[in-house]
Design a protein around this ligand. Structure first.
Ligand code: SAM
Length: 288
């Protein structure tokens, strides 16, 4: 007997809350079990009824949908959980696995607190899909979701990851990719990285390089579509020459004024001079 169970017959689901993954771009990735659960659902909790409506239409279903997101009230949650006591409530997000940079955490937590049966139809998630084809170490990884949009908060967040001994995974958008890569290169130096774009879709693209290479490539290019950035752990970092731009900047600041140190390090690591200068000033003010 293999470890795989037989597919469930229709309607063989206990009442409860089911977290169901949906495709990240290719409808053929919708699992048979996801279809069975959506068919059995009494309520489908959705981020956006237009997006899930299309998916349901694709599989010939019309279902009662209820909007659910991070801003939903405790009452909204309680209503869904009351329904899960006696029926099948399915939570989906617009794409991929719910709760992974998507709504659902508070709902699952509340369901567990209330002793409601919680189960899953697992499936696509962009983070795992990208990691699996990145060629970067997969034994230990940290999924960090989206970096903060504001420069200062983003730099602080990246700084918090610099000593983590694991492959790092970030979600990113096209318009922010260039500046995010520049900020990552500044703190994490010459580590190997991968930009995985539009996975499972027509224009899927995977670009590999060091962080400074990728920062330079995307400095003036705004790629379309959805993006995952993967970065190797510190051990697998590039050459000593590429090393850690932050450490190099700290060293340069011991012998040069901020502007000159920033110019030198920006040139050496192919980074944005303005960002390096801002970082130099931040370092100086920390020390003073
Ligand atoms: N819950 C989803 C999952 O499991 O992957 C992620 C939802 S999050 C709101 C959306 C982000 O995931 C996008 O901005 C992008 O960073 C990433 N993403 C989603 N689909 C993708 C794809 N087909 N290719 C690359 N990245 C994707």
């Amino acid at each position: 007997m293999s470890s795989l169970d037989n597919p469930l017959p229709d309607k063989a689901f206990d009442s409860g809350l089911y977290i169901v993954a949906t495709p990240i771009g290719n409808l053929a990735d919708l699992s048979q079990r996801a279809v069975q659960l959506l068919t059995a659902a009494d309520i489908v909790a959705v981020e956006d009824s237009r997006v899930t409506g299309k998916l349901l239409h694709h599989i010939g279903l019309k279902k009662k949908m209820r909007r659910y997101n991070d801003y939903s009230s405790a009452d909204d949650r309680d209503r869904l959980l009351a329904a899960a006591q006696t029926g099948v409530v399915v939570l989906v997000s617009d794409a991929g696995t719910p709760l992974i940079s998507d709504p659902g955490y508070k709902l699952v937590r509340a369901a567990r607190e209330q002793g409601i049966y919680v189960s899953t139809a697992p499936g696509p998630s962009a983070a795992i899909a990208a990691l699996s084809i990145s060629g970067l170490p997969t034994d230990k990884f940290l999924f960090a979701g989206f970096l903060p949009a504001k420069e200062k908060a983003r730099a602080a967040a990246i700084n918090g990851y610099r000593n983590i001994d694991a492959t790092l995974i970030f979600y990113e958008s096209g318009p922010r990719l260039g500046s995010a890569l520049a900020a990552l290169a500044l703190v994490l130096g010459g580590r190997g990285a991968v930009v995985a774009r539009e996975l499972t879709k027509k224009f899927e693209e995977v670009v590999t390089g060091t962080l400074p290479d990728l920062a330079a490539r995307y400095a003036n290019e705004t790629p379309k579509g959805e993006i995952v950035v993967i970065i190797s752990p510190p051990e697998a970092a590039g050459t000593a020459e590429e090393g850690d731009a932050d450490a190099a900047l700290a060293e340069a600041l011991t012998r040069l004024p901020a502007a000159k140190a920033a110019a030198e390090i920006a040139h050496r690591f192919a980074l944005d001079r303005k960002q390096v200068y801002a970082r130099a000033n931040a370092m100086k003010s920390k020390c003073s």
